[in-house]
Design a protein around this ligand. Structure first.
Ligand SMILES: [Zn+2]
Length: 485
């Protein structure tokens, strides 16, 4: 695949090559490669596959026999629960590729750690920049410090100061409730003091950009019982997940995941579109009056560029999984991704639909990570995105103009009924309105939003009952207002 544009350091590897090396490495060591699950598994409501290990849960729980005791896979994931963090740091993506190796009752921590280090060496990652965390124990839970893992890292020559014990919230992996669980050890790359916060307490787990978590090895060895106790499991397993975007960022010496080969062609195209079609000053913006203003605008634009390619990529993967923009379920997630990205285009001065034009460059960036059949579908999907964006463009223009006029009330909050009116009369999504206001440092009075919505329901029920009789009235009530999609 084409990646000749940037980052040609000695260690450079294209993302698709990293993925292939990972899978081949584990295949060569007795792991059976299994296909990733479809991003939109049947059922699952609005949710997509959110973690690389999700398809492996029946094996890890012993509910189904695995196809082999050693497995490896590349899994596409999509999760929107912290989509707001995208663009605020260099590591968070709405969609991502997880590479994993699994031992179902086969090898334990010694082999998992040995394999991980051997692969990192093979990929050319600098071992002197590797730090690890492990479970430091929890008295309240009655769980000891994971001394066995510390021992394995020491055995592999990891200096003591780069082995960092953390608490249950970081290094005790659970399914979010009773079930199989266990301590984990996370591998971080030190990206240099210059990228860090400079605090003395800066260690793996810090929110700054210095330490980037690239791989998590989970040793599933307890059953968390409903009573809150932990029992050793008879069948011990290993579950690992390596974030392809993050490893690519390290190997390509990219500032963030959004400067890797996956996103660069789309970033370049976006830059061209802004240069040729972007207006000088987006609406509601006066010329920056001082340096603080300029810095704030630059930050907003940098975030917009990252959010746009992030959301466009997530939409592309969802579309490839057969989920188009729609009113509810997963379709509403895709619609929201497209709308949020369209709105960020306005931050860059892009008034006309542009997202569809990024799908082709994204597909180029992903190269062999997309199948030839998927590559062939991209032009058709790009048209679909443009149609969706075009439908929303007028709503966006009118809504942004009205939002720019909104001011907070005496309580410091923007009256929620104004947002509701914008939604009911103009179709402007309230969550997007809240996001736009938040960028101006404004919060919404959601209680008055709820009151306005309830009043609207009562009125529409009454009028629907007059016009259509009871049956239609009930349906109208159930349909709701489609808010908060
Ligand atoms: Zn830090």
């Amino acid at each position: 695949m084409a990646n000749s544009t940037t980052h040609t350091t000695g260690q450079y590897r294209a993302s698709s090559e990293i993925a292939e090396r990972f899978l081949a490495f584990f295949r060569e060591r007795g792991h059976r490669e299994v296909a990733g699950a479809p991003l939109a598994v049947p059922g699952g409501g609005t949710s997509f596959i959110i973690a690389g290990m999700q398809p492996m849960i029946p094996y890890l729980r012993g509910q189904e026999p695995p196809p082999a005791p050693r497995l490896t896979a590349l899994q596409r994931c999509l999760r929107t629960d912290d989509a707001d963090a995208v663009g605020t740091n260099g590591r968070k993506c709405t969609s991502f590729h997880m590479l994993g190796n699994w031992s179902i009752g086969d090898y334990g921590r010694r082999e998992a750690i040995t394999l991980a280090l051997a692969l990192l060496d093979e990929l050319g990652l600098d071992r002197s920049r590797l730090w690890v965390t492990l479970f430091g124990g929890d008295e309240a839970l009655g769980l000891p410090r994971d001394e066995a893992t510390a021992h394995e890292w020491r055995r592999m020559g990891m200096p003591e100061e780069r082995i960092v014990p953390l608490g249950a919230e970081d290094n005790l992996w659970t399914m979010g409730g009773p079930g199989p669980c266990g301590p984990c050890t996370e591998l971080f790359m030190d990206r240099g003091v210059a990228r860090g916060c400079g605090r003395e307490s800066c260690l793996p787990g810090c929110a700054c950009e210095r330490f980037l978590e690239i791989w998590n090895l989970v040793f599933i060895e307890y059953e968390w019982l409903p009573g809150g106790t932990y029992e050793p499991l008879p069948l011990r397993s290993v579950d690992t997940g390596m974030g392809l975007e993050r490893v690519a960022a390290v190997l390509q010496d990219a500032e963030s995941v959004f400067e890797t080969d996956l996103f660069m062609p789309a970033r370049t195209r976006l830059g061209e579109l802004v240069a040729t079609r972007g207006r000088e000053a987006p609406p509601g913006r006066s010329a920056p009056s001082d340096q603080t203003d300029t810095a704030r605008l630059e930050r907003a634009e940098a975030r917009a560029r990252q959010m746009i390619v992030d959301h466009a990529r997530a939409a592309l993967l969802a579309l490839l999984a057969g989920v188009g923009p729609g009113h509810d379920g997963r379709g509403s997630v895709v619609r929201q991704l497209i709308r949020r990205a369209a709105r960020q285009g306005r931050v860059l001065g892009l008034e006309q639909p542009f997202l569809g034009e990024l799908l082709g460059p994204l597909a180029t960036g992903h190269g062999a990570l997309l199948t030839p059949e998927e590559q062939a579908r991209v032009p058709e999907l790009a048209r679909l995105v443009t149609e969706e964006e075009t439908r929303f463009a007028r709503v966006l223009t009118v809504g942004l103009r009205e939002l720019a006029r909104l001011a907070p009330g005496p309580d410091g909050l923007v009256p929620g009924e104004r947002l509701f009116a914008l939604h009911a009369d103009r179709g402007f999504p309230p969550d997007l309105a809240a996001e736009v206001l938040a960028e101006r440092g404004l919060a919404v009075d959601w209680s008055s939003f709820a009151r306005a919505r309830e009043a609207h329901r009562v009125v529409s029920r009454a009028s629907a009952a007059r016009r259509f009789g009871k049956e239609e009235h009930e349906r109208s009530g159930q349909r709701g207002d489609g808010g908060g999609e």
